[in-house]
Design a protein around this ligand. Sequence first.
Ligand SMILES: [Fe+2]
Ligand SMILES: [Fe+2]
Length: 325
Amino acid sequence: MYAQMVKSEATNDDPEKLAEFQAKIDADIKIEPKDWMPQGYRKTLIRQIGQHAHSEIVGQLPEGNWITRAPTLERKAILLAKVQDEAGHGLYLYGAAETLGVSRDELTEMLLDGRMKYSSIFNYPTLNWADIGAVGWLVDGAAIMNQVPLQRTSYGPYSRAMIRICKEESFHQRQGYDAIRKMAEGTPEQKKMAQDALNRFWYPSLMMFGPSDKDSVHSAQSMAWKIKINTNDELRQKFVDQTVPQAEYLGLTVPDPDLKWNEERGHYDFSEPDWSEFFDVIKGNGPCNTDRLTARNKAWDDGQWVRDGLLAHAKKKRARHLAAE
Ligand SMILES: [Fe+2]
Ligand SMILES: [Fe+2]
């Protein structure tokens, strides 16, 4: 149905409608599910919201891995709540994507067979407890940077989902920072673990904003449609500027010898991540790509009997209802 839908809309972009549509966006009027929209707008949103939903769900895996091994009952309760929040974020976003005419099952199948992507950051392993702090601090921190402007995105259901999500994300970032602060202020061994986590998660976090603007394929059109509000490089810079003082406060060193404050620009200068690694991980060669997709496929297969049961129950109920009429 998804392929059909995209195909059948390929010819509907008449110039008058397009101009009307763009005028609405320029006037900050939200686009709602039943409004006319260009095929490219629908397609880009399905890709972006779907990819975002998948990231929330796959993002549960590296952290879920540590729920049973959290160092205290309090940390366990906090982590459990956070991982549960991510499931909720996935649901809001799948719901928003469904309003564009693609079903949740179709989206799931596209994730499971590799036609759709999720954020590459979740293809990196969480090796120890300090990593859980680093994920909350850096990964959720980078996610917020991306997501706060998306609250103003032009598509109504996406914008409303982002408003709810952002409320929870700031809590995620703070719990991560608090966990890593405890480590950084702990024994020399604990501090070393915190530093090692920062070393491993720094560049992958910078990659979360996507390739540099000059290499980013979708940027210009997405910005005109207000599907994207800031460029990748703008957001990356903002993240670096915000995070470096936080690392300094912890007494940790950002693993970039060229990092320094640039008085003239009013920003930090920093080294670009290794983009060949980024594209390699996207292609499926990251440390955990296979694990993540195997885990999601297993969950989908293991849940088949529940879906079958629910369907059978709904059918029976409907038959009883019809018989009674
Ligand atoms: Fe989230
Ligand atoms: Fe989060």
